[in-house]
Every structure is written in structure tokens, then in C-alpha cells.
Design a protein around this ligand. Structure first.
Ligand code: 2BA
Length: 148
């Protein structure tokens, strides 16, 4: 009989799984769209967090959001890349976890979001929790459980 370590998973501290802010590609609210497109393209991520100058979370921006904005009726309106700012386009309706939130809350959010931003008690951006880190945790635990 396999024994899956349910308690180990449920008691996981989300800070342990977090990609810390210094390793997270991000943009700022007042960056022009062309800068955001550069960050997204060069990092290879499809969406990244948006912060203000006090390092607080303000939204998310993705390549798709930018392309939809510059796509006109007949052609791409590339001048919008320098005219518009990240805050004009970003999605500000984002789920946020606190460092002390429990693992089940985090797990539920990653059903619909590939990553969830984490902030500390003062509202400062701490990092992100990705689906990858959660799948890694389950894989490790299941591997332990099925090993003879
Ligand atoms: P996506 O960019 O759509 O990436 C989907 C998955 O593809 C990632 O899943 C990861 O497994 C892989 N991937 C994409 N670009 C990668 C890269 N440059 N290096 C390594 N692996 C890459 P997750 O790791 O679960 O990430 C979920 C989402 O979290 C990503 O979606 C991205 O929007 C965001 N993300 C992850 N790490 C990030 C970071 N360091 N900075 C900013 N955003 C990040």
C-alpha cells in the first residue's frame, strides 16, 4: 500500500516554494509598452507581474494583452508601443497570496492561474508561486510513496 505524505504537503510553507522576487522578471506601471514587450520576449515568459515604484503589486501583463492593444482594424499600430504605458493595458484584477497563507489556498489559485504573486504583511512584493513548483512538490512526494 502506498503512503502519500498528505501532511507534509498540507503543512508546506508557501515561502519555501516561492520563486523569490530577485529572480522574477517584472515591469513597472509607468514603463512604455515597448519595454514590457522586450522584457516578455527576452525572459521567455508569457506574463509577468507589474509593480509600482514602492515595490507593490499592481497587476499582470502578458504578450497577448499587448498584441491585442496594438492590433488595429487593418494592421498593427506599432506607435502605440511607445505611446501607451503598462498601466493602460495591464490586468489589475490579480489574486495575491500572503506569505503566511496556507498551502490549500495557494493550490486552489493555481488551478486557474499559472502563477500567483506573493506579498508580505506590509504589502511588498516577495515573489511568485508557480504551477511548476507545486507539481515538483507533488512529484517528489509521490515518488517517495511509490518507491519500494
Ligand atoms: P509561462 O511563461 O506561460 O510558462 C509556462 C511554463 O513554461 C513555465 O511554468 C515553465 O515550466 C516553462 N517556462 C516558460 N518560460 C521559461 C523560462 N524562461 N525558463 C524556464 N522555464 C520556462 P511555471 O514555471 O509553472 O511558470 C508559470 C508562469 O509563471 C509562467 O508562464 C510565467 O508567466 C510566470 N513565471 C515563472 N517564472 C517566472 C519568472 N522568473 N519571472 C517572471 N514570471 C515567471
Amino acid at each position: 500500500m502506498y503512503s502519500f505524505q498528505k501532511d507534509v504537503i498540507l503543512n508546506t510553507n508557501i515561502e519555501q516554494l516561492m520563486v523569490s522576487s530577485d529572480k522574477v522578471a517584472h515591469v513597472q506601471v509607468d514603463n512604455p509598452l515597448e519595454h514590457a514587450l522586450l522584457v516578455l520576449t527576452k525572459s521567455g515568459y508569457s506574463a509577468v507581474p507589474v509593480l509600482n515604484h514602492s515595490y507593490r503589486l499592481k497587476g499582470l501583463i502578458s504578450t497577448t494583452m499587448i498584441l491585442e492593444t496594438v492590433l488595429g482594424i487593418q494592421s498593427f499600430e506599432m506607435e502605440k508601443l511607445s505611446q501607451l504605458k503598462v498601466e493602460d493595458v495591464m490586468n489589475s484584477d490579480l489574486p495575491i497570496l500572503k506569505v503566511n497563507h496556507d498551502f490549500m489556498r495557494a493550490l486552489g489559485l493555481t488551478i486557474n492561474h499559472p502563477f500567483v504573486c506573493i506579498e508580505d504583511d506590509d504589502g511588498l512584493f516577495k515573489g511568485i508561486l508557480t504551477r511548476r513548483s507545486i507539481i515538483k512538490l507533488f512529484t517528489k512526494s509521490l515518488n517517495k510513496a511509490i518507491q519500494p
